[in-house]
Design a binder for this molecule. Structure first.
Ligand code: KIV
Length: 289
């Protein structure tokens, strides 16, 4: 595992030609994502909440990791993302930064850390950059978070915007597809353009009809990152515990499960327990004499 908060370790000219599968070893920057959009290159993003998991994804070549406030449900045992605090976000973001050397690490601004206004938002974003070492922050909302996005960007911190289903507003909007119907679709387009105009470097589109996500993607010069938003987005993100089968229970339709880690871990825990109870672990090779 590498522990680099580092910026570039090689000149920008040595940038890898592709985000995924490239050979470059310096940290990916938001400029690399802009260039990928210009080339028409798609890229993957995964969430990560700890150093060891992040190091696996870094070694696998995942170019962007999000320390999402989904840590609330997926790591900290809360029912929603709403209770996540800045202290928790800072601690886990720092761990993910320490576990990686190439991926761009994006830290989520948790609920309550930016809604009061631009100055509060800048204070929270600055803390994530200074204390955790993230390369960018994410916040929910387009037009409603305009002042926050503008001030953070003007202060030199890249911002990823999050539109469509915004889980921090679950108490107001529930969990359902957003942007259905003409007015809602126009509002989503306006939000996306507002985020871009405010200086956001990318826009997450969550639970948005595929055709609308495709239209937003064509209308913006910054990349869109889809989750439940069809195949036309510039990038795709999944919550790692969902796509690797660690999260229990029924998965949303948009999740493709690539592994069954929950079963692998459960089987290993049972095998260990049976060995201990049956006296077959430890054996001579595990003991010291
Ligand atoms: O917190 C999170 O994991 C997210 C993704 C679902 C985009 O916001």
């Amino acid at each position: 595992m590498t522990h680099a908060v580092s910026p570039a370790r090689e000149p920008a000219s040595a940038a890898s030609p592709t985000l995924y599968g490239g050979t470059g070893t310096r940290r990916i920057t938001v400029r690399d994502l802009t260039l990928a959009k210009e080339r028409g290159e798609k890229w993957p993003m995964l969430t990560a909440y700890d150093a060891m998991t992040a190091s696996v994804f870094d070694d696998a070549g995942i170019p962007v990791m999000l320390v999402g406030d989904s840590m609330g449900n997926c790591h900290l045992g809360y029912e929603t993302t709403v209770p996540v605090t800045m202290d928790e976000m800072t601690l886990l973001s720092a761990a993910v930064v320490r576990g990686t050397s190439r991926a761009l690490i994006v830290g989520d601004l948790p609920f309550g850390s930016y809604q009061e206004g631009a100055v509060q938002a800048l204070r929270s974003a600055t803390r994530l950059v200074k204390e955790a070492g993230v390369g960018a922050v994410k916040l929910e909302g387009g037009q409603r978070s305009l002042a926050q996005t503008e001030l953070i960007v003007q202060s030199g911190i890249p911002v990823m915007s999050h539109l469509g289903l915004t889980p921090q507003s679950v108490n107001a909007m529930g969990y359902r597809v957003q942007g259905r119907g003409d007015e809602a679709a126009h509002q989503l387009l306006r939000d996306a353009k507002a985020a871009q105009d405010a200086g956001a470097f990318a826009v997450v589109l969550e639970l948005v009809p595929a055709e609308l996500a495709a239209e937003v993607t064509r209308s913006l010069h910054i990349p869109t990152v889809g989750i439940g938003a069809g195949s036309e987005c510039d990038a795709q993100v999944l919550v790692w515990t969902d796509m690797m089968g660690l999260t229990g229970g029924k998965m949303p339709k948009f999740v493709k499960q690539y592994a069954n880690i929950r079963k692998t871990m459960g089987d290993a825990a049972k095998a260990f327990a049976e060995d201990v109870v049956g006296g077959t672990f430890p054996q001579a090779e595990h003991a010291f004499h």
